[in-house]
Design a protein. Structure first.
Length: 199
């Protein structure tokens, strides 16, 4: 199999003279699940969060990076909705100028979500259909928030899978180490003459 120019799945087709433009392969998005790539280090906002909590959530965290979508949770960590960073910044600015602050005013209730046991392909389809690139991840039964997944997480998973495939397919040349001081002879040793050679 290592010496074949193609995989075992397409070699017979190619030998019959049919041009094979690509190999059959398993889509990594089919075999990877949301729970394997989702981020669990995220900022979630309590539904009754005071203005100080909202303001501090907008600070840049070097470990997490800049978060663009904030899940809003109830006391039992059940997802109540989501708010965008832009809407949250507008709300905090309004509070600083003396305006009324209410998180419920900018809350997007019943957001689209992902589930930990879903394949990444299902999430990609959902992103393509809706144009959204970030989803909160919740447990199916309880609706409890367990993480977040974004398009960047899917791309990182794909890049890691490609890297693993390239490492598996790389065939390293054999390196034979000779004992120290042993030299490789330039010509093979002469074959001893047999009685038949004399005839």
């Amino acid at each position: 199999m290592l010496l074949l120019r193609r995989s075992i799945l397409t070699e017979k087709i190619a030998r019959r003279g049919y041009h094979v433009s690509r190999e059959y392969s398993i889509d990594p998005l089919e075999i990877l699940f949301v729970r394997e790539v989702m981020r669990t280090s995220i900022a979630a906002l309590p539904s009754e969060a005071p203005i100080d909590t909202l303001r501090s959530s907008l600070r840049h965290d070097a470990a997490r990076g800049r978060q663009h979508l904030y899940p809003v949770i109830r006391n039992n960590r059940e997802l109540a909705g989501v708010v965008t960073r832009r809407d949250l910044q507008t709300l905090v600015d309004r509070a600083q100028s003396g305006g009324a602050v209410q998180l419920a005013a900018i809350l997007k209730a019943r957001p689209l979500v992902a589930y930990p046991d879903e394949s990444l392909r299902m999430v990609v389809y959902r992103m393509a259909e809706t144009g959204l690139t970030r989803f909160p991840v919740v447990e199916r039964e309880s609706g409890r928030l367990v993480g977040m997944i974004s398009l960047n997480d899917l791309l990182k998973a794909r890049a890691l899978n490609l890297d693993a495939e390239q490492r598996r397919e790389r065939v390293l040349g054999a390196h034979i180490a000779l004992p120290f001081g042993t030299r490789r002879s330039a010509a093979p040793p002469a074959r001893p003459r047999s009685p038949a050679d004399a005839l």
